[in-house]
Design a protein around this ligand. Structure first.
Ligand SMILES: CCNC(=O)c1c(-c2ccccc2)csc1NC(=O)CNCCc1c[nH]c2ccccc12
Length: 329
């Protein structure tokens, strides 16, 4: 068996990607952000304060004949950007791209931070990280993919995120027609809950790859490509107008600049992010100053290959073989 779900950028900056998920009986369809950088499936619900839930599609367990309260269970999550949510837990039928998990832990939010309240295009997150990262207590719960894996044709999923176009999350199969180049595989480290891996080198503007390895995570839930300062500087040294903007908390440049590409080696293949994907968006509507899709990871302590990098590739999250595959698109 397999599943295939379309996913769409939430706005003109590809800030996040929205995928519809069916929860309960009859189906309640919620737009969720699929997140390989976390391991909780949590939703705005009938238990979320009305003021916070305003504008969001919500899940009502009381309206689902298959919902069951997971008695005594609670959850609480805080992300690196200091956004957070918490609540209690139900199990219910959850269908993604036509594939159903009959008893999935659905974490109902009784509290959500401002950032999520304001982000009305999503009703929560569907974690695709490793189960070790799940925050439910007293007993951690499995992710939707972990519950599905044994019944899928293959225990893997792929992410095909696109700039301002519809992409897909496919479960249980690899559609190689989505890629232009071969898939390079490299071991995945799931010990922290993330999909960790090591790139073998990088280059700017189509030059030969160097041998400076970069260890980081493949994270669909983070918008940017966040790397060490020496890499970021090596890149922006090629961008005439680039400068750090305190108010924007990042590197900005003239929107008219012709940005160089950024390439990294992984699993014996090279992934090249075209410069156009690194020109993320004007700092505000109509501005001729643009915000970079590549920024520093210095104050994060971990390198994040977020959506800016993932958009350049078909990425295979292979749980069965504990490996990540990257193919140029
Ligand atoms: C900016 C979001 N990313 C992070 O905070 C993050 C960090 C991280 C750590 C410290 C400082 C900044 C980031 C490490 S791994 C990692 N990745 C995740 O945490 C993946 N999940 C992000 C979910 C998420 C956080 N804030 C949102 C706002 C809208 C949609 C989704 C989200």
């Amino acid at each position: 068996q397999t599943g295939s779900a379309n996913t769409n950028p939430s706005d003109s900056a590809d800030d996040e990607y929205i995928t519809n998920v069916s929860i309960g009986t009859p189906a309640q369809v919620l737009p969720l952000d699929f997140d390989t950088g976390s391991s909780d499936l949590w939703v705005f619900s009938s238990e979320t304060p009305k003021s916070s839930a305003s504008g969001h599609v919500t899940y009502s367990p009381s309206k689902s004949s298959t919902a069951k309260k997971l008695s005594g269970a609670s959850w609480s999550i805080t992300y690196g950007d200091h956004s957070s949510s918490s609540g209690d837990v139900y199990t219910d039928k959850v269908t993604v791209g036509g594939f159903s998990v009959s008893s999935q832990a659905v974490e109902s939010a009784t509290k959500v931070s401002t950032q999520f309240v304001q982000d009305t295009v999503i009703s929560g997150l569907l974690g695709l990280g490793f189960d070790v990262g799940n925050t439910v207590k007293p007993r951690a719960q499995k992710t939707w993919f972990s519950n599905a894996a044994n019944s899928l044709a293959q225990p893997l999923f792929t992410a095909d995120l696109k700039h301002q176009q519809t992409g897909s999350y496919n479960f249980g199969f690899i559609d190689t027609t989505l890629a232009k180049g071969p898939i390079g595989y490299t071991p995945a480290d799931g010990s922290e809950g993330y999909w960790g891996f090591t790139a073998t080198g990088y280059s700017v503007g189509g030059a030969k790859l160097n041998r400076n390895s970069i260890t980081g995570i493949a994270d669909t839930g983070t918008t940017l490509l966040l790397l060490d300062d020496d890499v970021v500087n090596a890149y922006y040294n090629n961008v005439e107008s680039a400068q750090y903007d305190d108010s924007q908390q990042g590197v900005v440049f003239d929107c008219s600049e012709d940005l160089p590409s950024f390439s990294f080696g992984v699993g014996g293949t090279t992934i090249t992010i075209p410069g156009s994907l690194i020109n993320l968006t004007p700092v505000s509507d109509g501005s001729s100053t643009c915000f970079g899709g590549l920024q520093s990871s210095a104050d994060i302590g971990i390198n994040i290959f977020g959506d800016v990098a993932l958009k350049a590739a078909l990425v295979v999250f292979d749980l069965g073989n504990e490996r990540l595959g990257w193919a140029q698109k």
